[in-house]
Design a binder for this molecule. Structure first.
Ligand SMILES: CC(C)(COP(=O)(O)OP(=O)(O)OC[C@H]1O[C@@H](n2cnc3c(N)ncnc32)[C@H](O)[C@@H]1OP(=O)(O)O)[C@@H](O)C(=O)NCCC(=O)NCCS
Length: 156
């Protein structure tokens, strides 16, 4: 199902998924990833109405700090608040289940959906990352972070 999202070339452009891979390659890639996930990646499915509509990642090998990432697929499901719910579920899991002390994330400045989600989760901007291209537009990464203390004290 995840590989199927790649059938939409616009989704691939926005999600920064390799445009050169065939659907078969995507299927093999995700099957391998699910069957033998790398030790530094925790990937949780986002389920709505019994359907897998995205995933949220907590990535990294530091004991108390991980990076949050999220994808909602397919594109027709965007704009319904699922991205924000996925991000919030990732933070909840990281702080409650993994007892992390801090979670960070980065989003390209031109990817306003993603930036809006990180801000609305109460994550504070901590710095500027490298340059990249989003939808043919030169942009740069913005880095955000939130501590367990701030997340658990908030009303998110
Ligand atoms: C980023 C992504 C997860 C957003 O998912 P979503 O379900 O559309 O998110 P939401 O519906 O919760 O909306 C998030 C915000 O984007 C805003 N938004 C919606 N459409 C927008 C648009 N065209 N331009 C700018 N902002 C937009 C929403 O208003 C909302 O902000 P608000 O809370 O201030 O109103 C989704 O677009 C995606 O999977 N993109 C590809 C992967 C990616 O970029 N992941 C993030 C990198 S970590």
């Amino acid at each position: 199902m995840i590989a199927g999202w790649a059938a939409d070339s616009e989704f691939r452009r926005e999600a920064d998924w390799n445009p050169g891979r065939s659907l078969d390659e995507y299927q093999r890639f995700y099957r391998r990833l699910i069957q033998s996930p790398p030790p530094d990646l925790i990937r949780l499915g986002v389920i709505r109405g019994g359907i897998l509509v995205g995933y949220v990642d907590l990535h990294g090998d530091q004991p108390h700090r991980r990076e949050l990432g999220f994808v909602i697929g397919e594109r027709s499901r965007w704009g319904q608040g699922l991205g924000r719910l996925a991000g919030a579920a990732g933070l909840d899991y990281g702080f409650h289940q993994l007892a992390l002390r801090e979670i960070w994330a980065e989003a390209m400045d031109a990817n306003q959906r993603s930036v809006r989600i990180l801000q609305s989760l109460g994550m504070l901007e901590i710095g500027r990352g490298g340059k990249d291209i989003f939808l043919d537009q030169p942009t740069h990464y913005r880095q955000f972070a939130i501590t367990a203390e701030n997340w658990l004290a908030g009303t998110h």
